[in-house]
Design a protein around this ligand. Sequence first.
Ligand code: ZN
Length: 167
Amino acid sequence: MSTNQNNSDNKFMRLAFKKASEHLGSTKENPSVGCIIVKNGSIVSSGVTSINGRPHAEINALKSNKNSFASTLYTTLEPCVHYGKTSPCINQILKKKISRVCYPILDCDKRTHNKAESILKKNKIKVKIGILKKKLKFFIKVIFCHKKITSCLFLMLKLLFPKIIFL
Ligand SMILES: [Zn+2]
């Protein structure tokens, strides 16, 4: 992987986190996830988990973009593969012919945990896991692995967020 590719991956993942911050604390039991779709080096669409937790960020980003063929999808959390109240994001990713999917960490939810990669690869989609993981470790852990974000924690994240994201 070239340095250029790594630099642009980092840049777009930061933007996905920025997107995620928009609904931080407003997505009930689901984490606020951000998603950016990039084609030929430009952002063509973005999405965030809806207020109250549904639809997920990936669905929101994919539905507002008509032609996702051969695009890269950056999402701040492993895309879900399980059927809940809605069908999984991974189905839409496959349907829209995304060619590459990047996410920093695996979902803590056991129904999805570490399952997306093999499904994506089986469908000839490139996968990159771990972008910004080290740099944003604390932040990621708090927003994606805590079921309940207290108001105090929420306030702290809001204040810290701009600093963390642009390190
Ligand atoms: Zn999902």
